[in-house]
Write a protein that binds this ligand. Sequence first.
Ligand SMILES: Cc1ncc(C[n+]2csc(CCOP(=O)(O)OP(=O)(O)O)c2C)c(N)n1
Length: 961
Amino acid sequence: MTEPQPQVQPFYGPNQGYIEELYERFQKNPLSVDASMRAFFANWQPPAENAIATNKDNGYSQPVTGSMPPSATIADQGDTEKIVGAVNYAQAIRLFGHLAAHLDPLGGKPTGDPALNLVEYHITEADLARLPAHLVGGPIAHSAHNALEAIQALRQVYSGAIGYDYDHIREPKERAWLRDAAESGRFAAPLDPADNRDLLERLTQVEVFEQFLQRIFPTKFRFSIEGLDMTVPILDTVISAAAGAGIDSILIGMAHRGRLNVLAHTLQKDYRQILAEFKDPLTLNHYRRDLSWTGDVKYHAGAFRELREISVGGKSVTVEIRMAPNPSHLEVVNPVVEGMARAAGTSVDQPGPAKFNPMETLPIVIHGDAAFPGQGVVAETLNLYRLPGYWTGGTIHLIANNQLGFTTDSLDSRSTLYASDLAKGFKIPIVHVNADDPEACLVAARLAFAYRAEFQKDFLIDLIGYRRYGHNEVDEPDFTQPVMYKVIRSHPTVRALWAKTLADRGQVSLAEADDLVKYRMTDLQKGSETLNPERDLVVDQPDPSPPGAAKRVMTAVPLADLRAINASLLTDPPGFNFHPKLIKARQKRREVLADPDKATIDWATAEELALASILADGISVRLTGQDVGRGTFSQRHAVFSDIQTGDTFVPLQHFAQAKAAFEIHNSPLSENAVLGFEYGYNVQAPDRLVLWEAQYGDFNNGAQTVIDEFVMSARAKWGQTPSLVLLLPHGLEGTGPDHASARLERFLQQCAEINARIVNCTTAAQYFHLLRRQAGLLIEDPLPLIVMTPKSLLRNAYVASPARDLVEGQWQSVIDDARASANPAQITRALLCSGKIYIDLISNPLRETASDTAVIRVEQLYPFPGKAIDELLSAYPALTELTWVQEEPQNMGAWEFAMPYLARLSTVIQHKWLIHYVGRVAGSSPAEGSPAMHNAIQDAIIKNAFGKVGLSQVDSLIAKF
Ligand SMILES: Cc1ncc(C[n+]2csc(CCOP(=O)(O)OP(=O)(O)O)c2C)c(N)n1
């Protein structure tokens, strides 16, 4: 079926204004236009007034249609039509030339576009030959003798091996810069034979490495780069341009495809190391297991290299290159790399806001052509790139486009023409380039970095090649793409093509090119023959051993210091107009430390004092999440807005005692990308406290990939030691199945080998000590900290603490029942609980009469404080009954996790206690939709916990509703 073709208006009118302007200039002063235009205007009659639609955007903008007025003479109209036709044809080439570019190395035909047919403009080549080159505009016009020559040159630029896909760029300055960059040829590859030979050598390294591995390990996966070999020279070019511009930290994120090759060549990972990993000696695996880590497959591993003495423009510079480790989950490493780049370019040693310098670091992210449009995290990450809290000075994106996703054709994997189209919405310039044209690829690479240096924004290279084998080297591609693979099998490699080009130019003979191949192959062969994998394999990871028991950290802060900090935080900036309600709230805060024994410190105050004291200790803090500035529950007010001017004021950036920077940003409405970003920031800058808050705890499941693959398991897989803090509002409050549960159970399920700290604490003072302890352990004992945080309890009197508890206390993983422990002999029943249900229990009137019952809080769930609980229970001599109470359904919350630990307590074993459960019955949804039903069940749980209602009665309550 033929697709309906759009009707091209023969008479676009955008540049008539331009012509008229030139003509006016010519009339005033004929010498003000060039000779060809002078000759042309000498015989030209302009059309009548108003016939000209003006558009003077450098001749580079979108055509708009216009028409000739009836008053124009036939002769005038004919001339004008030709001129305008020529101008608009040039315009169409600039806009749509990429649709006719030769981008597919396998010879796939370009889509084309009727706007690129000369005939549509009612002009001929002969007409063009008679028109001046000047009409075409841009740098090309200067060297062409007439419009035909200029148009032909323009077609070579826009429809050659590069497709410049810029029509979506909205900034005129950028558009003009990009057009000039394309048309001036200033990024063209140098003709220096030495550089061309270097490129041949590089392509030889890239190709022979893969061929050697294929020969030696034909049945092992390596996700070969072949078909996209130019990836490595493109990276070389970008990295050396970056180094030349003074950037000394390069951060790379990429998936499996071509990764081993990039590790070997861009990061200079030792070949022998890679070969040893292929041989996979068992001793290595034992070694890893002993240290409680699993390692990861070789094509997920990260790497770090300091490349000294890269020669850039005759100077020798040093660059650090880091490849982030990543899981199989495609594209999820993107935000991680961005966060790493943000951290690498941010200085925090001064009080006030953090300062980001885009010329310290360059992120490069390599994408798959199926994954880029398919994975939502790509869009989430692109959305970060211009946000003040997430800006990294511009990322260079490279789509390693092999035209297939596993076995799936692009027709089935995206609804867009190009794999890169998503980037258009973010106004990122795109070049598509044929991966078999090394010179064009290097033009794209130079242009990408130059644009980034000029505008500090993202740039995308869509490198279009192919995949020499199946999805992996064992897959049979003929099952699904027989026609394509017939072409691929007889298609020469890019190295061979380049060797032929150089031979044709007389720069390198084919025999020399063959010698380069033999030399590389022999080198690899020798390395392989002398390899002793068990000896030669170096575990290139930081010490993966699990951390010891948490060290003690001094978390209490002297009262005088707290008072001074508080007063300083509450100093109003001159002329700032606070909201009247917030003036009152600040007034109240001034009193909170007056009487150290009065419980006046609520959750948000404790948080602010903790963060301020951490900043005063010289540790910088970054806090992000949805609406964190104010706080979802209007509790935080870390950022004030002037009610007259809208200006903002952040007390934690302006208090006298601060010694390090405080960064706070409302995040975009994303979980996966923003948590990935904070993870990356954290591992790159482990000495800074990084906190991410979910709007409600539930929403962390939008970041499940980052939690599973990075936060909880990166230590075991890659030896990374994150210390990120997740603040997750959690608790069943009758607001429905969502907004209830931060899915505590999922975090607990992933806990082993001391990979995190999971807490559900109940007082403001505990939260204070917790944050300070985390800051104090960042370097000595780093672990992610997952905190179930309160919602309605933020302002609850039971949660508030006296200053005394901040000044003298410390973090307690278990809290005994003060009333019960004052009279232990009376206690026959112990209720163990965690988090909000504790407040529900002790605030219930039944508590008063239950003088035989101790209510004990397990504030830290992992590492599970079994020893502390054991000691505490053994202090109650008359105890006969132990019950775990929770509000979450039985299959959720902490019960299933805690139970085996409790069963192993020596007190439990000794007394042969059964451990009772009181809580909701197991369910698939975390909470009830009806507030009344919630209240009834919550009430029944409390009654049941105090031994007043049997479980069957709870069940009947559920049935009743
Ligand atoms: C999130 C996710 N879903 C599915 C997969 C399984 N998978 C691995 S590679 C691949 C195809 C990727 O295609 P593309 O992005 O074009 O990269 P290529 O492998 O072709 O280089 C798929 C579906 C995965 N790794 N990650």
